[in-house]
Design a protein around this ligand. Structure first.
Ligand code: 9PG
Length: 787
């Protein structure tokens, strides 16, 4: 039932409300208050909006308050029917004015705000940033969650793929994030100050109260959310949501809008985060793909040493094992190019060139993928030599170094330059239409959004970045585009998939003495870091794009990863619902390691939810609900992050469930509410199937796919009259495995009938019944019971 949005005049201003939210606006003060109606809690007691001009001048709604002649308009947009109230500031001499648009929807619990600067002066004004919503540092401006802010947690969202994303205790410090993972503002980290990019969330886990502030448009301005708790006391808890206009000029009689900010106070915060992702994706025209890709990538075994022969060897192996490992793409990563920027000049490790290699890949029945870092040009590249004018420059006219990597300085391409744009479109066209690559991994593309001087001085960093990506998209037509090292907000709508964390590596953690001093340890390549982001960015999958959790490494030699760590990585990638790419020397893998990889294929497509993302910096529980007409169950990934064996108490559904772990093939019996695992090895994971208990024989797991039944079981029914359990399976690939059945007393299995060759049935030592099958094609079996 849609709920009306009401706008009521009060003694001091306006009361704008729907079922969930009340926004009180005071004309005289130019302030707003936000109240969560269901929890009867005023979460933001007093807020304002302001604009920071070039030169430092700040124009705020607090200066002179709002005019009383507000405007109310009905609205219908991507989020439904709503009402927009427009509040304008009282004009002040020689200063631009402000207009604040506040929308409440009939069917949404959040408010959307947008700020506009109106230049009524006779001079152009430069706009540095919008504070679309901010609470004053003094007085009653504080954020009203639970009493002690030391108990609060802040969900910090990173600016680009590799930037750390995690929830922090507000009693701890926000770790610094230097380039290239730093966000748009160069504010040095301060004690008690927490910064998040695009979206931030504060929650008090003891009360459940929470406040999400996140931008749902991101094409024009980079944005940030900041929480300041100086001293951690109650006196000054301030929140600000900033949208960066990067100093662009607004001519007299012209206006400039901020990005749109969504404010959500409703509990639980997990739902608010999902709703925010939905709104951002809707507003930005998120792309997806027909299915979630799988493949092989050359980087994490061969690194820069990759050769044509190495790609061909793996191609050959994967072709020969196609019925076992069903992969779509063979992706050539960094290492084929003559230099960074010279993408179509191939080095001598690839003697036959790119088009030939793509043809070989197609010939073997795979699609072809290619890595590019299109917004970088090495100081040594022909691209830079020939077009120094296509680079972003610093204030002194020198090309700006976006990264020092590959032993050389790499400059940032100025994507506002028409010549650079034409080159990007031509590059993409060459790779896709002439060389026939189907998939582009666009890496280090944050370089398109670095701060610097560009050809178009009126373009913001976000706009420059998107123009570059749009040029590539135009040249690449409908090829699959994966963003990597890519800013999150401005990529939505232009990429099909996005890397959402740091690189994996054949080790769990980088030894601190080996970590480069200018990189925060949380974004260095390491499985611990990659898995953290896969868990904390679960909500972007299927909403903004397809998530790329990075590659699964299953090798058992030339790696420092233990089997437990490998299974943790597999669990995270599997439950991410995102892409599944392997990156080993395939022929070197023993069959049992290939088996781990095969369990993730095909990708399931649905993302699990990190249940405790707001409670722990390293979430432990990743839950995915599966509903089939014949059965419903949950998958629960349980992660033990400690360096020593540790116990873990795991939350379970309130109804009794059979608990079965795929990795250990271990049955833990029936539990409800919680289960305690006394000792879990360091960095280990469990992949549990939780099946509600039936009073007859029932399937509780299979070992054909990590989902333990979701892709391979077509139907499973117990016929009470016949006392027969019939299961119909379609194999995801050629696979051997078991269907694991719980048989409650008084039932006793009698015989197995099956159309599958060599199907067999046996009791396991734990008392469960196992039906073993080799599945080259669909199969049907029935177990008949006595009792
Ligand atoms: C290829 C790799 C792989 C990988 C990408 C990306 O700052 N750095 O030095 C840095 C180097 C490499 C890197 C990220 C950061 O990895 O994520 O999958 O394609 O480039 O060079």
């Amino acid at each position: 039932m849609p709920q009306q949005v009401t706008v009521r005049k009060t003694r001091y201003g306006l009361l704008i409300a729907n079922r969930w939210l009340e926004v009180r606006c005071r004309f005289d003060q130019g302030s707003l208050a936000f109240r969560d109606r269901s929890a009867a809690r005023t979460v933001i007691r007093r807020a304002y909006a302001a604009v920071q001009l070039v030169g430092g001048d700040v124009v705020s709604t607090l200066d002179g308050g709002f005019r009383e002649d507000y405007d109310v308009q009905p609205l219908s947009d991507a989020h439904g029917q709503g009402t927009t109230v427009c509040l304008s500031t009282l004009p002040a001499q020689d200063r631009p004015g402000l207009r604040l648009f506040l929308t409440l929807y009939e069917g949404q619990p959040f408010a959307v705000m947008q700020l506009e600067v109106v230049n009524g002066t006779s001079q152009p004004v430069g706009v540095e940033s919008f504070r679309v919503l901010a609470t004053p540092t003094a007085g009653r401006g504080r954020v009203g969650l639970g009493r002690s802010s030391r108990r609060w947690r802040f969900y910090k969202h990173g600016w680009q793929s590799w930037s750390p994303t995690l929830s922090l205790s507000c009693a701890q410090d926000d770790p610094p994030a230097p380039p290239p993972i730093v966000g748009p503002s160069s504010v040095a980290p301060q004690k008690g100050c927490f910064t998040s990019e695009l979206v931030g969330l504060v929650t008090d886990p003891t009360t459940g109260a929470s406040l999400l502030a996140g931008f749902i448009t991101a094409a024009d301005q980079l944005s940030q959310v900041r929480l300041e708790l100086p001293g951690g006391g109650q006196a000054s808890r301030t929140l600000s949501a900033m949208s960066y206009a990067d100093g662009i000029t607004v001519a007299p009689e012209q206006c400039l809008l901020s990005e749109k900010l969504l404010v959500d106070l409703t509990e639980p915060p997990l739902d608010a985060l999902a709703r925010y992702g939905d709104a951002l994706g809707r507003q930005m025209g998120a792309l997806g793909w027909q299915h979630v890709p799988s493949g092989w990538c050359s980087w994490y075994y061969y690194f820069g040493g990759v050769s044509e022969q190495a790609v061909l060897d793996n191609l050959e192996f994967l072709h020969a094992h196609r019925d076992e490992l069903l992969l779509d793409y063979i992706q050539v990563d960094d290492g084929y190019q003559a230099d960074i920027g010279d993408w179509t000049t191939i080095n001598d490790k690839f003697p036959h060139g790119l088009a030939w290699l793509a043809e070989r890949i197609h010939h073997k029945g795979f699609k072809a993928g290619l890595w590019l870092a299109p917004f970088l040009a090495a100081s040594t590249s022909a691209l830079y030599r020939e077009h120094p004018e296509w680079m972003v420059h610093d204030g002194d006219g020198r090309p700006l170094v976006a990264i020092h990597n590959w032993d050389r300085d790499c400059y940032a391409l100025d994507c506002t330059h028409p010549g650079a744009q034409a080159w990007l479109a031509h590059l993409a066209k060459t790779v896709v239409s002439q060389c026939h690559f189907d998939y582009l991994k666009l890496d280090f593309i944050y370089a398109g959004a670095v701060q610097g001087v560009r050809y178009d001085r009126q373009a913001t960093r976000a706009q420059a970045y998107r123009r570059g990506l749009e040029a590539i998209r135009q040249g690449a037509s409908d090829a699959f585009i994966l963003g990597c090292g890519a800013p999150i907000g401005p990529s939505v709508g232009l990429v099909n998939a996005q890397r959402i964390g740091p690189d994996v590596a054949p080790y769990w953690r980088v030894p601190t003495e080996l970590a480069p001093p200018d990189w925060p340890s949380t974004s260095l390549p390491a499985c611990e870091n990659a898995i953290r982001s896969v868990l904390t960015r679960f909500w972007t999958h299927g909403r903004l794009w397809l998530n790329d959790p990075d590659c699964l490494l299953v090798r058992d030699s030339e790696t420092a990863l233990s089997l437990d760590e490998t299974r943790s990585l597999a669990t995270a990638i599997a439950l991410s619902g995102g892409m599944v790419f392997l990156s080993d020397a395939m022929a070197k893998l023993p069959p049992e390691r290939r088996h781990i990889a095969s369990l993730l294929l095909p990708p399931y497509g649905q993302s699990a939810v990190a249940l405790d993302v707001f409670e722990h910096s390293l979430p432990r529980f990743l839950r995915l609900a599966i509903e089939r007409p014949f059965q419903r169950w949950w998958l629960l990934g349980v992660f033990q992050w400690q360096d020593e064996p540790s116990e873990l108490t795991v939350p379970l559904p309130s109804e009794p469930v059979h608990v079965f772990d795929l990795w250990q093939s271990c049955y833990f019996g029936v539990h409800q509410e919680e289960i305690r695992f006394a000792t879990m090895p360091p960095h280990s994971a469990k992949l549990l199937s939780l099946r509600p208990v039936a009073n007859h024989p029932q399937v509780i797991s299979t070992t054909f796919h990590f989902s333990q039944g979701a892709v391979e079981i077509e139907d499973a029914r117990f016929d009470a009259a016949q006392r027969a359990l019939t299961v119909r399976l379609t194999p995801p690939a050629k696979r051997q495995g078991e269907v694991i059945i719980h048989v409650p007393p008084p039932y006793q299995e009698q015989r197995l009938e099956s159309d599958a060759p060599a199907a067999s049935m046996a009791r396991r030592p734990d008392g469960l019944l196992s039906v073993r099958l080799t599945l080259p094609q669909p199969a049907l079996f029935t177990v008949f019971f006595d009792g």
